[in-house]
Design a protein around this ligand. Structure first.
Ligand SMILES: CC(C)(COP(=O)(O)OP(=O)(O)OC[C@H]1O[C@@H](n2cnc3c(N)ncnc32)[C@H](O)[C@@H]1OP(=O)(O)O)[C@@H](O)C(=O)NCCC(=O)NCCS
Length: 270
């Protein structure tokens, strides 16, 4: 954390986000590192407040509230409690998830919590998605919305879950375990069970390889918010570009070391 004695205020974060291009009416999916911002007065709650202030009543703040782990896979049943299962995607995501007005999508590994105008629409029916980030997921819905944007706040494209959505659209096989696992989703008033195909952690990615392509096409803005390096992009344009790239080279997002080993089948052209 930045040890500056002057804490970063809500107004400073609002100003940084506005300068980045975030505006009223945006539905913004936020991947974040609180410590990257420097010392924030009021901590994660201030960041959530700043995001809500900028997008306003017609916009929506979404955070990934991921719960999947490296242990997921064959022989491991999923058990997800919509209200109780904490996420590992950081203090800002957890602060947003715990707000009473937040609506969390009910996916056992790749849920999203949302606050604002489109929260119910963007989070609905995720439990019915038998893969984490495919058609019908909040990631797909955000990409289909002209006001859908992705914000990387103090983290880089390696944290950009929307690129897993692109992997699903492209049909690369390394993204998912080959066999589904049983999952329990506990709602407030009921429990649902179904089989889910879960994310496979075995293939190291290089999602940051999309960065120069976004920059060349002017598809992301980048500037400091507090002490954090921040990036903002249209979710739809990110998906269109990355899908083109991945269809041309199904191994594009596989880290160099894994590409060299040839250990990973892509399911496309193999
Ligand atoms: C993993 C990750 C969350 C870690 O970031 P981080 O800044 O170290 O941790 P958090 O965002 O949870 O913030 C908590 C930390 O902020 C710091 N902190 C505490 N109070 C603070 C304040 N008022 N102001 C600023 N930082 C503060 C502390 O270091 C704290 O860590 P601690 O609880 O261990 O003491 C981040 O690197 C990351 O990957 N974010 C993206 C996650 C994501 O969306 N992944 C999707 C994968 S597909």
């Amino acid at each position: 954390m930045n040890r500056s004695t002057v804490p970063i205020s809500l107004d400073a974060i609002v100003s940084g986000l506005t300068g980045l291009g975030l505006r009223a009416g945006h539905h913004v999916l936020v991947h974040s590192s609180l410590s990257a911002l420097g010392r924030v007065a009021g901590g994660a709650q201030t960041v959530v407040d700043a995001l809500l202030q900028v997008v306003g009543p017609s916009g929506t703040v979404l955070v990934p509230t991921l719960t999947g782990t490296e242990a997921d896979g064959e022989g491991v049943a999923l058990d997800f409690d919509l209200a109780q299962t904490p996420c590992w995607t950081g203090a800002v995501a957890e602060a947003a998830r715990r707000r009473p007005e937040a609506i969390r999508s009910a996916h056992p590994t790749h849920s999203v919590a949302a606050i604002g105008a489109a929260a119910a629409r963007l989070t609905s029916d995720h439990e019915q998605c038998i893969t984490p980030c495919g058609t019908g997921s909040p990631y797909a819905k955000l990409a289909a919305d002209p006001d859908g944007v992705v914000l990387l706040l103090g983290c880089d494209h390696e944290s950009n879950t929307t690129l897993h959505h692109v992997e699903e659209l492209a049909g690369v096989s390394y993204h998912l375990h080959p066999e589904p696992v049983p999952g329990v989703v506990r709602f407030f008033d009921r429990t649902e069970t179904r089989d889910y195909w879960v994310h496979s952690w075995g293939t190291p990615r290089r999602f940051s390889a999309i960065e120069p392509l976004l920059d060349q096409r002017g598809l992301q803005t980048r500037r400091a918010v507090g002490a954090a390096d921040a990036r903002l992009m249209s979710a739809g344009l990110l998906v269109t570009l990355a899908l083109d790239v991945l269809r041309a080279d199904p191994r594009f997002f596989i880290a160099e070391q894994a590409r060299m080993s040839g250990a990973n089948r892509t399911g496309v052209g193999d």
